[in-house]
Design a protein around this ligand. Structure first.
Ligand SMILES: [Zn+2]
Length: 314
């Protein structure tokens, strides 16, 4: 079984040729997602042609095209129902018509966090466990839940994947989703510059001279004793812990897998969240395992390839 897979991220489009659980070749393109997906199609098609040529793969060897995307996805009609800012034109876009016309192949579309959860479940940190919550901490906060071996989707396909928009602060900041005080609007990469600038001691902090105010900057400065950065780091760790406790109460997992670029600092993040979860989560049956994702980049591509194959062979 070989398939083409796309992981459409806000800043990067990852493309791959996958054979079962092996990524044979991959390619990365800038997304320019604020311009939409349609202007990128020709570049994507050319990159696929290049991957097929380099691996001497003929289209007839492929079973389909898997697409993982950060939006709410109707997995029956293979349409994106809603997406927050990035690739805004995809709600009007017929993915299956495009893949049929271009390669003569069917498409399988799924929310990116759900695809990543499947990748971790089959091949990574979730192996052997059928009750999992996955949360990705990054520009935004994504989530997905699996209960008794089944992905939670819900009537409107939004169950489990809006964990980043659980309310953790009723007096909090307005979120891009319309809510106030979401886990994402309290502690994500897009909120971080504001958290710094609103801090009373920002001008005393080394961060005030930093061009990029991201989590890498934050954890590095906190490690070197920058007090403002340490304050904000603790705020974010508390916000993530509160969100994860709520996810545990909502979905009853045995394991929470945490992914995203922020996990470069997992030595700080994991022990903190484990302690908070053991103090605050109501789980009379025992302790929820809190683990870092195994894959930093490939869980979504492997997961969408698995879902595509399962869909076509069921
Ligand atoms: Zn929100």
């Amino acid at each position: 079984m070989k398939a083409i897979v796309f992981d459409l991220g806000g800043t990067r489009i990852k493309l791959g040729l996958v054979s079962v659980s092996e990524i044979i070749i991959e390619s990365i393109l800038p997304s320019f997602s604020s311009d939409g997906l349609i202007p990128r199609l020709k570049v994507i098609e050319a990159a696929v042609a290049d991957m097929l040529a380099k691996t001497k793969t003929h289209v007839s060897e492929l079973i389909g095209v898997g697409v993982s995307i950060p939006g709410i996805v109707d997995t029956k009609k293979m349409r994106v129902l809603s997406i927050n800012k990035k690739f805004a034109d995809v709600t009007e876009f017929d993915f299956n018509a495009w893949t049929q016309k271009t390669w003569g192949l069917p498409v399988y579309l799924e929310n990116d966090a759900r695809a990543a959860l499947i990748g971790e479940w089959k091949y990574g940190a979730g192996r052997g466990c059928d009750n999992i919550v996955l949360v990705t901490l990054g520009t935004g906060i994504g989530g997905a839940a699996m209960i008794e071996g089944k992905l939670l989707r819900g009537k409107h396909y939004q169950a489990g994947c809006l964990g980043g928009h659980f309310t953790i602060n009723i007096n909090g900041t307005k979120c891009t989703c319309g809510n106030v005080g979401c886990m994402e609007s309290e502690a994500s990469t897009w909120r971080l510059p504001e958290l710094y600038k609103q801090h009373p001691d920002f001008k005393k902090s080394k961060a005030s001279t930093s061009k990029i105010l991201d989590f890498e900057t934050l954890f590095t400065l906190a490690e070197h004793g920058d007090e403002t950065s340490t304050d904000i780091m603790l705020h974010c760790l508390e916000a993530w812990s509160a969100g994860i406790v709520t996810m545990i109460h909502a979905y009853d997992p045995e394991k929470v897998i945490i992914g995203g670029g922020v996990m470069k600092s997992e030595k700080i993040i994991l022990p903190y969240i484990r302690k908070k979860v053991s103090q605050h989560a109501w789980t009379p049956w025992g302790n929820v395992e809190i683990e870092g994702a195994k894959f930093t980049d490939h869980a979504g591509m492997l997961g969408i390839a698995y879902l595509l194959n399962k869909q076509l062979t069921e």
